[in-house]
Ligand binder design. Structure first.
Ligand code: ZN
Length: 161
C-alpha cells in the first residue's frame, strides 16, 4: 500500500475498513462470484436489475484492501445506472488501471481516479478490476464463478470429470 500516493491510499483504506453496500442483497435477481487466484481475492456481486437498469447492487467477499475498496467503490459508481452506462465506466476504469503510468485519469471517472496509481503495479491490476469483471458477469446473468485467469474460468465453468 505504501506504493500508492497518500491521498489515494487514505480513500482506499477507508473503503477497505468500511466497505459500502457490503451485504447480501435482498431481492437480488442476478449475482456472480469472482476470484483472483494471484492474490486470493474473492467476491460475490449481487444485482437487482429492473430491465436494463441496476436498481441496487451489493457485494460480499474477502481479499486485499485494493480489491475490497474497488468493490465498494464499484457499487457506488454503478447504482442507478443502465447496463450500458456501467459497461462504459468499466471501460474507462480498465483503460486507466492498464494504461501507461503517468497518464492522467480519464474525465468523468470521479472518485474512481484513486485507482489510477494501480497501473504502476501490474500485479495489482487484477485486484482492482476483479469487482468490475464480476459485475459484468452478474449483469450478463451467468451464474458461475469467474476468474481473472481466463483459463481457470474455463475450468471452473466446465469442471473435468
Ligand atoms: Zn488483491
Amino acid at each position: 500500500m505504501s506504493e500508492l500516493s497518500e491521498l489515494y491510499q487514505e480513500v482506499i483504506l477507508d473503503h477497505n475498513k468500511q466497505p459500502r453496500n457490503y451485504r447480501k442483497l435482498e431481492g437480488a435477481n442476478h449475482h456472480a462470484e469472482g476470484y483472483n487466484p494471484l492474490c486470493g481475492d474473492q467476491i460475490t456481486v449481487y444485482l437487482k436489475m429492473d430491465g436494463d437498469k441496476i436498481e441496487d447492487v451489493s457485494f460480499v467477499g474477502s481479499g486485499c484492501a485494493i480489491s475490497k475498496a474497488s468493490s465498494s467503490m464499484m457499487t457506488g459508481a454503478v447504482k442507478g445506472k443502465t447496463k450500458a452506462e456501467a459497461e462504459a465506466v468499466f471501460e474507462k476504469f480498465h483503460q486507466m488501471v492498464t494504461g501507461k503510468p503517468g497518464t492522467p485519469a480519464p474525465e468523468n471517472i470521479g472518485k474512481l481516479a484513486v485507482f489510477s496509481g494501480v497501473c504502476e503495479f501490474p500485479s495489482r491490476v487484477k485486484c482492482a478490476s476483479l469487482a468490475w469483471h464480476t459485475l459484468r458477469s452478474a449483469m450478463e446473468g451467468r451464474d458461475e464463478t469467474i476468474s481473472t485467469e481466463a483459463e481457470e474460468a474455463g475450468d471452473d465453468a466446465h469442471p473435468r470429470r
